[in-house]
Design a protein around this ligand. Structure first.
Ligand SMILES: *Cc1c(COP(=O)(O)O)cnc(C)c1O
Length: 394
């Protein structure tokens, strides 16, 4: 008999009921160190006092009004995002996939209002993840995401991640935009070759295309810069953000330059909940902490310590681990053992990590992790590795 909850997920038998910082408490009362942060969502850990305060105060005052009216918290968050990014304007959503939908609509609409309606095709990359609604799965068009959900939407092309010649070959008179994760998350913490994002920027400029960065996983301080593309020294025309921006409250955003947003006039797009007072109160509280040089320095310092420890772990357990990759606190460990066995052994050692494609485990901890917690995490991963070596995968 089907469970009351649609069985669309393969869930671990863990039920967390409470959290504090990087720690989660299971129904049984046992504590787990959370190095996955809800897949890069709980950027400030669980129950951060500033975020709790923001929700509580706003919850007492006003929950929802609608985008029929001005929403002061939304304006405040948009101003903060504009101040700290390439963008001139922001559309708020409730999730990542909606931010990507907005980006696609914005790109197509741009060419509609600039008199080039034939430009509608969008180039994406193999191994990417842009969400689960029909447009993002059509963009990536992998069997894993799209099988059985056809007919997919037309108007998307795919190139191998990092293959500039392949992208060039796909650009034609109907091309509107290119969408890319500056670091692939679900794909296995994959960074592009040196200079790739810059080359895409140049390709877009030379052909009048819009460049879309999906920073839903790699953004919001995760890599030690507020946005991962800052490492590459280039900016997009449109950027999708979600996950970390709400610190656990459902919130997403699509940021754009004034030029790219030209087509998105009143009535062209909307969302009932997008940018509601509660979500934006939390978003402002997250930005106030994350978008500071001191906080981003902390991320980089903590990441250095974690990465060094992981390198040691890889060297000590060559049958389990192969190599470390990623940027900042968006770390991937490529496994020799089966990655899901390592994740399961982590449950046994009371440490949470997240599997990804390419036999990788992802380490995406709260960004305010302490050095003590880094060392504790490494110890627990060490005992997970030992358990995998013994064949005792919890
Ligand atoms: C998680 C994720 C999405 C989808 O976000 P949802 O909130 O699940 O819709 C899109 N792109 C990237 C890079 C992601 O990591």
């Amino acid at each position: 008999m089907i469970s009351p909850v649609l069985p669309a997920y393969a869930r671990a038998p863990l039920s967390f009921v409470e959290g504090e910082g990087a720690w989660l408490v299971e129904e049984s009362g046992e504590r787990y160190l959370d190095l996955g942060a809800g897949i890069a969502v709980n950027a400030l850990g669980h129950a951060h006092p500033a975020l709790v305060k923001a929700v509580e105060e706003q919850a007492r005052r006003l929950w929802h009004t609608s985008n029929l009216y001005r929403v002061p918290n939304q304006e405040a968050l948009a101003e903060r995002l504009v101040e700290h990014s390439f963008a001139d304007t922001v559309f708020f959503t409730n999730s990542g996939t909606e931010s990507v939908e907005c980006a696609f609509k914005m790109a197509r609409r741009y060419f509609h209002v600039t008199g080039q309606p034939e430009r509608h095709r969008i180039i994406a990359f193999h191994g990417s993840f842009h969400g689960r609604s029909i447009a993002p799965i059509s963009a990536v068009n992998s069997p894993k995401l799209a099988e059985g959900f056809g007919p997919l939407l037309p108007g998307f092309d795919q190139a191998p991640y990092g293959d500039l010649d392949a992208v060039r070959a796909l650009v034609g008179p109907e091309t509107a935009a290119i969408i890319i994760e500056p670091i692939q998350g679900e794909g296995g913490i994959v960074t592009p070759p040196e200079g790739f994002l810059k080359a895409l920027r140049e390709l877009c400029d030379a052909n009048g295309l819009l460049l879309i960065f999906d920073e839903i996983q790699c953004g919001m301080g995760r890599t030690g810069k507020l946005f991962a593309h800052e490492w590459a020294g280039v900016t997009p025309d449109i950027m999708c953000v979600a996950k970390g921006i709400g610190g656990g409250f459902p919130l997403g955003a699509c940021l754009a330059t004034e030029e790219a947003a030209r087509g998105m006039t009143a009535g062209t797009h909307g969302s009932t909940y997008g940018g509601n007072p509660l979500a934006c109160a939390v978003g402002c509280a997250v930005m106030d902490i994350v978008a500071t040089p001191e906080f981003l320095d902390h991320v980089s310092r903590t990441a250095g310590r974690f990465r060094q420890g992981l390198e040691g772990l890889v060297a000590a357990h060559p049958d389990v681990f192969e190599s470390v990759r990623g940027e900042g606190l968006m770390l991937g460990v490529k496994c020799r053992a089966t990655n899901t066995d390592v994740v399961a052994a982590g449950y046994g050692a009371h440490v949470l990590v997240v599997p990804a494609a390419d036999n990788v485990i992802r380490i995406l901890p709260p960004l305010n992790l302490t050095d003590v917690e880094v060392d504790e995490g490494l110890r627990r991963l060490e005992s997970a590795a030992a358990a995998v070596e013994k064949g005792a995968t919890a």
